[in-house]
Write a protein that binds this ligand. Sequence first.
Ligand code: NAD
Length: 282
Amino acid sequence: MAFLIDGKKISAEIKEEVKEAVAKLAAEGKKVSLAVIQVGNDPASSVYVGNKKKACEYVGIQSLSYELPEETTEAELLKLVEELNNRADVNGILVQLPLPKQISEDKVIQAISPDKDVDGFHVQNVGRLSVGADGFVSCTPAGIIELLKRSDVEIAGKECVVIGRSNIVGKPMAALLIRENGTVTVCHSKTKDLKEVTKRADILVAAIGKPKFITAEYVKDGAVVIDVGIHRNADNKLCGDVDFDSVEPKASAITPVPGGVGPMTIAMLMVNCLKSAEMTGK
Ligand code: NAD
């Protein structure tokens, strides 16, 4: 039986640590605040935004909420981002994606000050990560590194295979594993003979976006398996990119869905907001 990597427990620990640090800053008269912008009212986005605000409230970070109508123009959104960039009392700016068609997501992301880019999507922060410099790192892969470290999974020298090369998960995940001295391979939709590659992995990260795609035959005996996927099946139950029931008996450790990677993303957003506040005034 595989060891279950408990994202619920680890994310709760991280939030407690942030809460303590935020209280310390408050005692010095320093507030931490996050501006959360949502354009339109996509139901999934509303759930994500609601969860982010709830986490802020829990750890003592002030959240400033901007709910803009679906027909907001790119110029209007860029103007708001600029205003928030210039406000000393705002530490982090988060624009919930996806944005409506008339707005370029890339333009908006690149307009956010890299010092307030708590999602870690700005090219400056992506560049800092790739050269090993300090900056904001995309929350989901940063959370996976915390899951591994806090579960005593050694990364240095290990064969790490990441499936998926998206800008928010796959690519920063690979960069972080390299930073931790893993030997890293990235697979994607054009990879030939995926199984042959994934079967080499001591640490396998699945960020494919296809429900239960990774079955036991993709996994080496004793591998650590991290499942990034989130899907709802026909019975409205959550599942991941990994076929948990077939993979779990083969793995040495595995993240469940729900309760694995998912809760880490918001916890790491809180860490990034705290980091931003600690950086200002230094
Ligand atoms: P994406 O669609 O942007 O990227 C998917 C990647 O998988 C692509 O790089 C593609 O090349 C690769 N891929 C697709 N089919 C493949 C195949 N047959 N073989 C090999 N590679 C293949 O997705 P994403 O944004 O990186 O997200 C991946 C999954 O993680 C989704 O299920 C998403 O919902 C989930 N996700 C979860 C969290 C979280 O907080 N837990 C955060 C972000 C994304």
